[in-house]
Write a protein that binds this ligand. Structure first.
Ligand code: NAD
Length: 515
């Protein structure tokens, strides 16, 4: 098929990306800088790919793109796409989860070092001819300091690893990552208030959602240590910038390192530029050569996969509605008045959820199923057979189900079991590698829930990956390397693997492409 693939940025494709698109369609580059020009550019597109495009793929635009099959974000943050609408329109959305994690963690670390040792302030003074004595630039050591990480995902974890190397202690706040997974990674799970009060450095690594908009405002800043530093390489609106400027001016905190801003590019008149206790960079945390190549190639390959009718490796949400982000809003949470649709719209009805068994694409995505699950269980009407059944299946397969959501799901399903509205057949012994659980609801197709689905993040060790590949090879002796990798990733999802298993797969994939 000759698909119409529209790039909204001038992207220089690597040979690997070009090869991936070969035979799939024709690439049109239409740089769009104004929202009102967007529809004309993408109306007939089969695929939209963007990197720095400044506008929004809104419901209105998406509903008018009749041919659209896939959107690829050459990056990680998905705040510009109405993901609910995309799923409703049957459009798959892919990004490059993890591809920039090392680069952004490096950048956050660099900011902490710059703040601690006043690197930028002393450089600026020196360049301006200032020969102040060294004590003017007295800094602090990182060793022995505590780092609070908000959002313990791909970047947060990598930052923790770097911080351990500097002799720091790490505490993390992430209500969607089980406490034991945070502990296993060497950090202490804490609540947000405790993290703010007890950290010398606080680094933000959550996605921008309804829930995280202005997560840190005047009240939170006031609870930080007076000598504390704040770093934000995630998204600008997660911090209330006005409150931050006031806190920096008033010495409420010692300094801030910012790569992202409420409005980008940062206006020349921004009060942040007049402060000497900040380190500012223009949204470059992910801009390391390796990260950018990885990001582009991963997204382009996934776009080509979707156009060829294959399953993408890094889906944000799939056509048909799985994995669509929706944030829980705890009581008292502040709400942004003009949220982008992707963050503010309600959950999809369950009827639009996939029932293909587990694990499924959403388990690889930060938004995952948990917020949705929690919202359904806690705020929506009575638990009907079908709803609880679907919710349970999603829940037991999600790597990100909180303990509360999991226990409520289990309760709901147990009630249905008592009422004989659901039947669960255990195949094999629980705990055995071959164990499967089949759920049946009268009138619905039985769904297999793999036992692996109930595990938490980063729990699949290398030997299990290898055993899975060997079993697959026994059944399909002619399977290629690529098929084996895909099978492993489809089964577990990238995020579920231990570091060792990931390293192994990464090396294997690299070899595969060098072949
Ligand atoms: P990730 O999905 O792996 O991790 C995000 C973590 O945040 C998840 O563990 C999730 O559970 C947690 N989280 C979600 N809502 C939360 C909340 N309300 N409170 C606490 N934790 C919450 O994502 P990642 O790859 O680590 O990236 C994080 C963000 O960094 C991205 O969303 C993106 O916006 C940003 N980013 C910035 C750059 C840059 O150049 N500055 C580059 C890449 C990514």
């Amino acid at each position: 098929m000759d698909y119409d693939i529209v790039f909204l940025d001038r992207v220089e494709l690597t040979p690997v990306s070009r090869q991936a698109l070969e035979g799939t369609g024709t690439v049109r580059t239409v740089p769009v800088t104004a929202q009102e020009d967007l529809l004309a550019a993408v109306r007939h597109a089969d695929a939209i790919v963007y990197q720095l495009f400044p506008g929004h793929l809104t419901r209105d635009v998406l509903e008018r793109c009749r041919q659209l099959k896939v959107i690829g974000r050459i990056g990680i943050g998905m705040d510009q796409v109405d993901l609910q609408a995309a799923a409703g329109c049957g459009v798959t959305v892919v990004n490059a989860a993890e591809a920039q994690a090392a680069a952004v963690a490096d950048h956050a670390m660099a900011m902490m070092l710059c703040l601690a040792r006043k690197v930028v302030a002393s450089h600026t003074a020196l360049a301006a001819g200032d020969r102040s004595p060294p004590w003017q630039f007295m800094g602090i050591e990182l060793e022995g300091k505590s780092l609070g990480i908000i959002g313990f995902g791909a970047i947060g974890r990598r930052l923790a690893q770097r911080a351990y190397g500097f002799g720091m202690t790490v505490q993390a706040y992430d209500p969607y990552v089980p406490s034991d997974a945070i502990e296993e990674a060497g950090a202490t799970p804490v609540g947000l208030a405790e993290l703010l009060a007890c950290s010398d450095f606080v680094s933000v690594h959550v996605p921008l959602t309804d829930e995280t908009w202005h997560l840190i405002g005047a009240k939170e800043l006031a609870t930080m240590r007076p000598g504390g530093y704040l770093v934000n390489t995630a998204r600008g609106p997660i911090l209330d910038e006005e409150a931050l400027v006031a806190a920096l001016r008033g010495g409420v905190i010692a300094g801030a390192g910012l790569d992202v801003y409420e409005e980008e590019p940062l206006a020349p008149g921004s009060p942040l530029l007049a402060l000497n206790n900040v380190v500012l960079t223009p949204h470059i945390a992910g801009w390391a050569i390796e990260a950018q190549v990885r990001t582009q190639e991963s997204v382009v390959k996934d776009v080509a996969r979707v156009l060829r009718g294959e399953i993408p490796v890094s889906p944000v949400s799939s056509a048909g509605g799985s994995g669509v982000p929706s944030s829980p809003s705890p009581a008292g949470a502040r709400r942004r008045p003009d949220l982008p649709a992707s963050a503010s719209q309600p959950m999809l009805p369950y009827s639009e959820w996939d029932e293909t068994g587990l694990p499924h694409s959403s388990s690889t995505h930060p938004f995952g199923a948990v917020p949705g699950l929690r919202k359904i269980i806690e705020t929506e009407g009575p638990v009907t057979t079908e709803r609880a059944y679907k919710v349970y299946i999603r829940g037991s397969g999600s790597t990100r189900v909180t303990k509360l959501a999991r226990s409520r799901l289990t309760q709901a399903v147990n009630r249905l079991l008592d009422q004989k509205q659901v039947q669960i057949d255990e195949l094999g012994n629980p705990g055995d590698s071959g164990h499967q659980r089949v759920l049946r609801v009268p009138g619905s197709t039985p769904v297999v829930v793999r036992e692996i689905g109930s595990r938490d993040l980063y729990e699949v060790p290398l030997n299990e990956v290898v055993a899975l590949m060997e079993r697959r090879l026994e059944m399909h002796p002619r399977a290629t390397h690529e098929e084996l990798m895909r099978y492993v990733l489809d089964t577990y999802g990238w995020k579920r693997l231990t570091d060792k298993a990931r390293a192994y797969l990464t090396a294997a994939i690299r070899l595969m492409y060098e072949d």
